[in-house]
Design a protein around this ligand. Sequence first.
Ligand SMILES: Nc1nc2c(ncn2[C@@H]2O[C@H](COP(=O)(O)OP(=O)(O)OP(=O)(O)O)[C@@H](O)[C@H]2O)c(=O)[nH]1
Length: 351
Amino acid sequence: MLSLLSLDTLYVNACITYASLSAGYYFLSRRDTLCYRSAPWRRVLFGLIAGLVSLHLTVNKLYITQEAYYSFEFVPILLVTFIAGWLPGVLALLINVTFTGGIVLDNIVLSLMLLPMLVARVWRYNRLSPFLIVISLLTLFRLLVASPALNERQMQLEGLIYQIISFLCLLICYQALSAMRRHLSTFFSAQDSARHDALTRLHNRHALSKHLSELEQSGTPCCLVMLDIDNFKQLNDIHGHLAGDKVLREVAFLLREANDGGDFIARYGGEEFTIVRNDNRIADCVRHCEYLRKRIAAHPFRLPNGSTIVVTLSFGIAYHSGQAPMVAAFRRADAALYRAKELGKNRVVRS
Ligand SMILES: Nc1nc2c(ncn2[C@@H]2O[C@H](COP(=O)(O)OP(=O)(O)OP(=O)(O)O)[C@@H](O)[C@H]2O)c(=O)[nH]1
């Protein structure tokens, strides 16, 4: 019954598996790469795709004899387990089991194949070698299981060729999905570095310029705040640059923590920060800056040498009506900050 001509079934199955999983993976990795730590709904969706593909593959079996056959249904289950963890793997298995007769021999074998992978948590390693071990064992297992049915020499040879090609298809699918994962995660991390400051993880100056020009183009009013740590040079000189870096990180944390309405917070450069407030009521902005000033001045900054210091900030605020150029508001905020420094620092000044 087995014939090399039937290899086209294998080719079609491999193409269906790869096309469906890669399209699903790409769709679910639009903001960040899908992995075993991603949100449950994304992993569930991936498992659903794999389950449906697996169901489809149960139809396309390659019969060796009337009773014995090779099928490709375990491949999507195995691939999603390696790529995105136990949740999509188990879900795909459950879908397959539910719609293919429940607890029957096929499904028991399928579950037994998945079990060691779940125990070994193969998705954590993200390396080719565990995958190679798993598919080599599977190939051996499938050859051994089918060997009683492959009684002629010609059939044994064809069974072996089928399994080798099946092994290669699996390997290619895995490698292609892994390459996509690598490229996507490189892209997302490059995008993240282009938009964020490495030290504080706040938006960087480039992201700030982009945000401001978008607001300018849409004519959206906003409040612009320039903040500067007081006497930061002295802090660096006395306690060292590592202590300075720690203070910068902690100030960024406090600014982020106090963010009440999705404000855009950026490190403008050095010890200067910018906040673009969505709420365009200037009185509210002054209140918020006063809160930040007091909160930071009251915060004990613990330095790497164990000592604790007080850090203060000066604030300059300007209102952008949405009509005038953004650069004008920016200059006014900067001038207000300059005045805050002149007036003795640790204060909020509005233009
Ligand atoms: N540790 C550390 N220091 C930085 C970083 N970027 C800039 N600085 C330092 O920040 C200091 C800024 O000094 P100044 O511009 O004189 O400001 P200041 O001492 O805060 O003075 P006022 O603004 O008038 O209160 C300089 O000593 C810079 O070397 C950084 O990423 N890490």
